[in-house]
Design a protein around this ligand. Structure first.
Ligand code: AMP
Length: 114
């Protein structure tokens, strides 16, 4: 359930360093290397999935863990307001093709995003 070429699979398997924030059975959270906000954490499944496009009802436990982690991270970071984003495909800004959710907070944000 891993892609040997995938950057985030290498982070899961500790072959590349990351700043770990939190972990659950199926998901891992670490700080974005190029933060776009004072809090910028990425939450990823430990198994390789390309994007949210692959998620189905069979991933219910994983999805629940990811959203629980997001809420816990926001609380731990003292964020009352935050943004939870998953880019799907390069045209939407996806640059790493291992499913991830960005938890962004600590500054005011505009809408719509660029
Ligand atoms: P996206 O552009 O939505 O695919 O998001 C990918 C994110 O991964 C970007 O915000 C990058 O800054 C971040 N990133 C890339 N390499 C690393 C890394 N080695 N450790 C932590 N974050 C990374």
């Amino acid at each position: 359930m891993r892609d040997p070429e995938c950057l985030f699979c290498k982070i899961v398997h500790k072959e590349i360093d990351s700043t770990l924030v939190s972990e659950s059975e199926r998901a891992l959270a670490f700080r974005d290397i190029n933060p776009a906000a004072p809090t910028h954490v990425l939450i990823i499944p430990k198994d390789h999935l390309v994007s949210v496009r692959e998620l189905t009802t069979a991933h219910g436990e994983l999805i629940g863990e990811i959203f629980e982690l997001a809420a816990q991270i926001a609380s731990d970071e003292g964020l009352e307001d935050y943004r939870l984003v998953s880019n799907v495909g390069p045209g939407a800004g996806q640059s790493v093709f291992h499913l991830h959710f960005h938890v962004l907070g600590g500054r005011s944000m505009s809408w719509p995003p660029g």
